[in-house]
Design a protein around this ligand. Structure first.
Ligand SMILES: Cc1ncc(COP(=O)(O)O)c(C=O)c1O
Length: 410
């Protein structure tokens, strides 16, 4: 059951169908789930926190709370955000049910059917489905190893006859590309948006998961750059650092944006679970997050290193990939005539799954990449998984050599 839910998280619907058909009953090796590791959750600490809560707080866990969030958690979050250099005094925090809900609230607040949203390409599939559901016209801009393509962004903005409602980006340990924006690229991005009236939606779900302490400064949020003429809505999440089961996220925005967002949230779910907010707040207030993050960083670094080792050992030379500085993802590049969907078809029959490239393309076409997540794959099955995947890639490469490129276009 775990293996299956780990596999289908963020997968393309057609790939899920194939998975169910080809791999049911198989002992899957999944590089698909963009999720934290089941074995690393702070189960005992949360047990201890709940068991030592005073009776009245235990009762409050079961109750409704204010729409904006549990006040002590807002206080703890203020400290957490100040620590990241974010200005909380001139902004307001809204606690959300996962940061995906924050993205959804911002979309409901600003986007009507047919409005334009700018995204990166590739883009986090959860956000894409929010934007698609809202009927937005999505225009995507390519990214490279340092972030969004500034030239392409500029010319996209100039070419549009209507102002986009916002630009959605994931600058730190990008999902799926695994990159982190360079400080220079963050600066250039703000310069391009300056004076355009286009809101920046800065999704920062992974910034605490850097691998090296001396690279922490790279995760500095654009919202903390002190730029006054770009409206920035910053979203964050406890999903990757505490567990997605908490469904705890938040947004930091101007008071004006906050007020409307609060009304939207009121209509969505009235409030985020008090239970989870109280437990999450205790975790922060009792200073448990810092040491836990130190532990997580070394665990994920070890998994990242293992995956890199096996990729180097087994991948054919035509395949390239990034070495992430944090987060969960490696983004494999295939020769341009090879589709990751074809590789998926091969590997799923042998019990190995990943997320195909087209899943992250708003047009659902660009398919010369594939996402491997190293966060929740058992360490002792990684090597076997990469051997199987590389054999599948070799098979597809071999087939492509004996077929004309025209025949390969599906
Ligand atoms: C880039 C990014 N943003 C936001 C989220 C949503 O996280 P949650 O709604 O669990 O806070 C995810 C989850 O995969 C993500 O990868």
């Amino acid at each position: 059951m775990y293996a299956f839910s780990n596999a289908v998280n963020s997968m393309h619907s057609e790939d899920i169908k194939l998975l169910m058909k080809q791999a049911s009953g198989k002992n899957l090796i999944s590089f698909a789930g963009g999720m934290p590791n089941n074995d690393l959750f702070p189960v005992e600490q949360i047990d201890e926190i709940y068991n030592s809560l005073p009776e009245d707080l235990k009762k409050l866990c079961f109750q409704y709370g204010p729409t904006s969030g549990y006040p002590p958690l807002i206080k703890s979050l203020e400290a957490y955000l100040r620590n990241k250099g974010l200005e909380v005094d001139d902004n307001k925090i809204l606690i959300t049910t996962g940061s995906l809900q924050a993205i959804s609230i911002v979309t409901q607040e600003f986007v009507n059917e047919g409005d334009i949203i700018l995204t990166e390409n590739p883009c986090f599939v959860g956000a894409l489905s929010v934007f698609e559901t809202a009927g937005a016209e999505i225009h995507s801009i390519p990214i490279d190893k340092d972030g969004i393509d500034i030239k392409a962004l500029k010319s996209k903005i100039e070419s549009l006859d209507r102002k986009p409602k916002f630009l959605y980006v994931t600058p730190n340990y990008h999902n799926p590309a695994g990159i982190i924006y360079s400080p220079q690229r963050k600066k250039e991005l703000l310069e391009v948006l300056s004076g355009t009236g286009i809101i920046l939606l800065e999704d920062d779900a992974y910034s605490d998961l850097y691998f090296k302490e001396d690279e922490k400064h790279l995760t500095k949020a654009m919202k903390s750059y002190g730029v006054k003429d770009v409206e920035i809505i910053y979203t964050g999440s406890f999903s990757k650092i505490l567990g997605p089961g908490f469904r705890l996220g938040f947004m930091l925005s101007s008071e004006e944006i906050f007020e409307k967002a609060e009304t939207v949230k009121q209509a969505l779910d009235a409030c985020t679970s008090n239970f989870m907010q109280i437990l999450g707040n205790e975790f922060l207030a009792q200073q448990k997050l810092g040491p836990y993050l130190t532990f997580l960083r070394s665990e994920y670094l070890e998994r990242k290193d293992l995956l890199q080792k096996y990729l180097k050992a087994y991948m054919p030379e035509e395949i390239t990939w990034n070495e992430p500085k944090g987060g969960f993802y490696v983004w494999l590049k295939l020769p341009s005539h090879i589709r990751s969907t074809e590789i998926f078809r091969e590997s799923v029959t042998k019990g190995v799954v990943f997320v195909t490239g087209r899943t992250f393309d708003p047009a659902s076409k660009k398919d010369d990449r594939l996402r491997l997540s190293f966060s929740n794959t058992p360490k002792d099955r990684m090597e076997e998984g990469i051997i199987i995947l590389s054999e599948a890639i070799k098979k597809v490469l071999q087939k492509s050599k004996s077929t004309s490129p025209d025949q390969l276009v599906l």
